[in-house]
Write a protein that binds this ligand. Structure first.
Ligand code: AHR
Length: 757
């Protein structure tokens, strides 16, 4: 027996947003070098350095036996300043990214820049003994590109080694090992990852970030022109995620990636200001450089689409791509703080693009969160300017997604349209994937407002991630798509032309019930803090000290809907702030008040449900906890209302969202198929109850549905770095004027219902 509900599909419909589902790619989590970039040699240019990460240097990634010297004299190019002088006998071994995986029959192209300091020299190279090997002869005293192909004779995992014989002295740079494609040419993109992206059928790809687009500091801002042309001439810079950007995937390759996946490109350029998280805050491009910067943005449009008679169109053709890439959108800014400097720089860039390229739709920015000061200010600015589309971001708990399915119904379709450029329900668990699916149905139902949406982040190398959750994990040999991946695929692969009104009967939203019992606790990861004058619900408590190792100290029981806590906190050691937890034990819902959260730069109230937490109010910028300076804190919980005072200032005052969660959600689109109207039905059952959806169509007659059903895993299965605990299975259901579809607990289905005959 399962609970039955009805999905009545109305005949009324609106045009679906044709570009709705796309991808967002950023060089984060080794997504590019060590990931999508097919290059297998790590730091082949010897350009890693201390600015990338503490302790990194020109030989990071290499093991050297013998006499080598890192030199800068007479480099291959000014942007590739370091090379190695190797005096034989010597062996250099590159570890790649966790080794180099290979299978018998794989072919690779080894290449490098080399020059001899004497007689011609034969240098041997191999990827593990008995796996694959070749030799090159270095014969000239000037830099020369040398190449050799290696064929793998066995399966295995190896490392690239280069042996220089005794008596020889050679200079080496730009060492590369790339797998060869079917055409015998070195691959640009790692084939299995590319296929995984193609299988999502994205309408667009947004790149190169994210934070990476505007950079930490003006010198770190992404300038597209510095990322095209021969690889060894590209400017390599530190990656703000704590590693190195080789730019081997630069702007041309991003456009080629769009082409290879059938996606329209959405480049994001910095809005003339670097990221506000730069120490000291966002810095605008100096006035004297703004005209050149705006010209660079206009040149980007020309590079993408200009004819061969234009300077940048000709450049594109010279780089091997005479055909235009079809640029229809351009994003300006990413999650920027809406300051006067931002407004000034942004306005000039947007005006210039809209005047010179009315065919390109500009996308503005509304801060890092789907609410709050930058969201409000970003929207007000977009309204004032008539910006056609704005980019909203939302990393939230699953509950938020279930509560916000109808969020965009309240948006005015006559204002800016919306691109949800980054979103994810926190965690890689099935419950997060289903929350995203429910929310995506809500996005699809509002095509007049929501035009584009992309999950973020996209790619993450296992063991090298700076951000979770991610959509697709991978290691040297395998691709590990998450449960969210299969949700994205359900939406990306089966699209409709019209979105239908749907009535759902027989199922209710789940009410939010605030817990009436719990406890108050103090913690201070990374700091030692003394709490004095502690008063909980009117009772004075003994003084408390919390340690840097993060052990919590329990203050006592509370009613989380009627509680009062105040204390004075003074840090004696460490660089972080402290935290107050209020509510029941995990995994039930609880609140955390962070005083000095996010690198001790803000105050925030976050909430956790089912072990998954996210900011609910804030972060609100703050000076931070200072060693030896007491901070007075007062917290009041009154029903859903939360109030937090810091040193007498009311910094948080809001009501917890008590709207019911929509956990059983249906969406329906239609399209013209070979035998008449086809209906694409999406159904989410994010509950522990088996249900049957009785889908009633507006058209009569026998039908057959091909369904992809993602089910079989519990809500808390799924973790970062792992493949999805469930994969979609094919189900066929027949019916008359509709279908009955069984939805197991915690499941998502996308079905295509076709007329029979
Ligand atoms: O997706 C990871 C990061 O999240 C992006 O770089 C940034 O835009 C957001 O804060």
């Amino acid at each position: 027996m399962s609970d039955r509900f009805t999905v009545r599909v109305g005949a009324g419909s609106a045009d679906a947003a044709p570009d709705l589902w796309g991808l967002f790619i950023e060089d984060l989590n080794d997504a590019l070098d060590g990931g999508l970039n097919a290059e297998r040699v790590r730091n082949g240019d010897f350009e890693f350095n201390e600015a990338d990460r503490e302790g990194w240097h020109a030989l990071t990634g290499w093991t050297v036996v013998g006499d080598v010297e890192v030199r800068r004299e007479d480099p291959v190019h000014a942007n590739n300043a370091h090379h190695l002088r190797v005096s034989g006998p010597a062996v250099l071994v590159n570890e790649g990214w966790d080794g180099i995986g290979l299978a018998a029959g794989d072919r690779f192209r080894f290449s490098c820049f080399a020059r001899t300091q004497g007689a011609p020299v034969t240098v041997a190279t191999d990827i593990g003994e008995g796996l694959a090997g070749a030799a090159i002869t270095v014969a000239t005293e000037d830099w020369q590109i040398l190449e050799a192909d290696l064929a793998a004779t066995a399966d295995g995992r190896g490392e690239l080694s280069i042996a220089v014989p005794e008596g020889a002295v050679v200079d080496l740079d730009c060492v590369s090992l790339r797998p060869l494609g079917d055409d015998g040419e070195p691959l640009t993109f790692r084939a299995d990852l590319l296929q995984t992206l193609q299988d999502l059928r994205p309408s667009f790809i947004r790149f190169p970030g994210g934070c990476l687009a505007h950079g930490l500091g003006l010198e770190n801002l992404y300038h597209w022109k510095r990322t095209i042309g021969p690889r060894h001439e590209r400017e390599q810079i530190r990656n703000l995620w704590g590693y190195h950007q080789s730019r081997q995937i630069g702007y041309l390759e991003y456009f080629e990636l769009c082409e290879a996946t059938g996606a329209t490109p959405i480049p994001i350029v910095a809005a003339g200001v670097c990221c506000q998280n730069t120490p000291g805050g966002g810095v605008p491009i100096p006035e004297s450089e703004m005209d050149d910067y705006i010209q660079d943005v206009l040149d980007l449009v020309e590079f993408a689409d200009g004819g061969p008679d234009t300077a940048w169109g000709a450049k594109r053709a010279a780089l091997g791509h005479p055909e235009p890439f079809g640029l229809r959108y351009l994003g300006i800014g990413n999650e920027d703080e809406i300051t006067d400097a931002f407004r000034d720089r942004y306005a000039r860039i947007e005006d210039a693009v809209r005047a010179a390229h009315p065919e390109v739709t500009v996308i503005g920015t509304t801060g890092p969160q789907p609410a709050g000061p930058d969201y409000e200010a970003g929207w007000a600015f977009a309204r004032e300017r008539g910006t056609p589309i704005v980019d909203e971001h939302g990393y939230q708990v699953p509950r938020w997604f279930h509560q916000n399915i109808d969020r965009y119904q309240a948006y005015d379709p006559d204002e800016a349209k919306v691109y949800i450029g980054e979103y994810a329900a926190r965690s890689n668990k099935v419950r997060s994937a289903l929350a995203e699916a429910a929310y995506m149905i809500g996005l699809e139902r509002r095509p007049e407002v929501v035009k584009l949406a992309s999950y973020a982040p996209l790619l993450a190398r296992v063991g090298h991630t700076q951000w979770t959750p991610d959509l697709i994990y991978f290691n040297a040999e395998e691709v590990l798509p998450s449960a969210s991946y299969f949700v994205q695929q359900g939406f990306g692969v089966e699209r409709g032309e019209r979105v239908h009104a749907v009535e759902v009967e027989g199922v209710q939203g789940e009410p939010i019930v605030l817990p009436r019992e719990g406890a108050a606790m103090l913690r201070s990861d990374g700091a030692t803090v003394a709490f004095t004058d502690v008063v909980l619900d009117g009772n004075r408590l003994p003084d408390v000290v919390t340690g840097a190792e993060g052990e919590g100290v329990l203050l006592g029981g509370i009613d989380p809907t009627a509680a009062g806590l105040s204390f004075t906190a003074e840090r004696s050691e460490g660089g972080e702030g402290f935290m107050v937890r209020l509510g029941p034990e995990a995994p039930q819902s609880f609140l955390e008040v962070h005083i000095g959260g996010w690198q001790n730069k803000s105050t925030t109230v976050s909430r956790s449900d089912d072990g998954i937490g996210e900011a609910e109010h804030g972060p609100i910028p703050w000076t931070g906890v200072q060693t030896g300076e007491p901070v007075r804190v007062e917290i009041r919980l009154d029903g859903p209302r939360v109030q937090v005072w810091v040193d007498g200032e009311l910094r948080h005052d809001y009501e917890q969202d008590q709207r019911p969660e929509q956990r059983v959600v249906a969406g329906v689109l239609s399209r013209q198929g070979e035998h008449g109207t086809e209906f694409v039905v999406r159904l989410v059952n994010a509950t522990g109850v088996a249900r049957t959806a009785a889908v009633e169509l507006p058209e009569t007659g026998p039908v057959s549905a091909s369904v992809k059903l993602l089910a079989g895993a519990g809500p808390d299965e799924g973790a970062p770095g792992e493949a999805s605990p469930a994969t979609p299975v094919d189900v066929v259901v027949n019916g008359d004027s509709g279908i009955d579809l069984d939805l197991p607990p915690w499941s998502f289905a996308t079905g295509v219902i076709r007329p029979v005959g």
